[in-house]
Design a protein around this ligand. Structure first.
Ligand code: PGA
Length: 251
């Protein structure tokens, strides 16, 4: 047994109006009120952060944003800073999600800047990595993870990275219903932990939480969570419904 507290995180992506977000969050608060020994986070769209923060205040559920921009403030139309999401009630921020990398030009270099800004604002970064289907098929999974971890965390030091969370999300498993098998996920998680060990040492490797993401559902979560290096889940589709997300929280 390790001493890492599991984290079950819901990424609501670009779903839900404020009314819908408040309703789902309120229901979730009721459904998970009796849980313990697990951290819970939901990440609604930016415009819903403030109203959702009010609903989940003093509950078991923490708040996360889906992205941030690394500058403190300035003429950056359409962007939002770490301090701004903190002021909306966030404790977490998802960084480098594959959809950001795929559709919005996010690179390891910009991911690195965002992680730095998140840490400076005392946010917990949920740093996403993962290989595409063709990378897996051509045997490049480990080299892709290697580059994403090393470049994403470049120039960061252990002291800063204390609360870091890594989410391993094979791109081919996101929103496709194709989950990695628990053995495939465990193999990748073990490798990621060994990378953290190489770069940041054993204490950090032992404490960093590594979440699995990609078609996590109430039906497959317990098998994944039984793996020694899987410390939680980053859930998309199944987090949109309070009932199914609460079942995942209670894996
Ligand atoms: P999914 O999404 O659970 O819908 O596959 C996971 C994610 O993108 O974080």
């Amino acid at each position: 047994m390790n001493s890492r507290t599991p984290l079950i995180a819901g990424n609501w992506k670009m779903y839900k109006t404020n009314t819908e977000a408040v309703e789902t969050a309120g229901r979730l608060v009721e459904l998970v009120a009796d849980t313990s020994d697990v951290d819970i986070m939901i990440a609604p769209v930016f415009t819903a952060l403030d109203p959702v923060a009010k609903v989940i205040k003093d509950s078991r559920v923490g708040l996360g944003a889906q992205n941030l921009y690394w500058e403190k403030e300035g003429a950056y139309t359409g962007e939002i800073s770490a301090d701004m999401i903190v002021s909306a009630g966030c404790r977490y921020v998802i960084i480098g999600h594959s959809e950001r990398r795929q559709y919005f030009g996010e690179t390891d270099e910009t991911v690195n800047k965002r992680i730095k800004a998140a840490i400076a604002a005392d946010l917990i970064p949920v740093f996403c990595i993962g290989e595409t289907e063709s990378e897996r098929e051509s045997g490049k999974t480990f080299s892709v993870l290697d580059k994403q971890v090393k470049d994403g965390l470049k120039e960061r030091v252990v002291d800063e990275l204390g609360p870091l969370v890594i989410a391993y999300e094979p791109v081919w498993a996101i929103g496709t219903g194709k989950t990695a098998t628990s053995d495939q996920a465990q193999e990748a998680h073990k490798y990621i932990r060994s990378l953290v060990n190489d770069v940041f040492g054993a204490a950090m490797a032992d404490s960093v939480r590594i979440l699995y993401g990609g078609s996590v559902k109430p039906a497959n979560v317990s098998e994944l969570m039984a793996m020694p290096d899987i410390d939680g889940a980053l859930v998309g589709g199944a987090s949109l419904d309070a009932e199914s997300f609460s079942q995942i929280v209670k894996f």
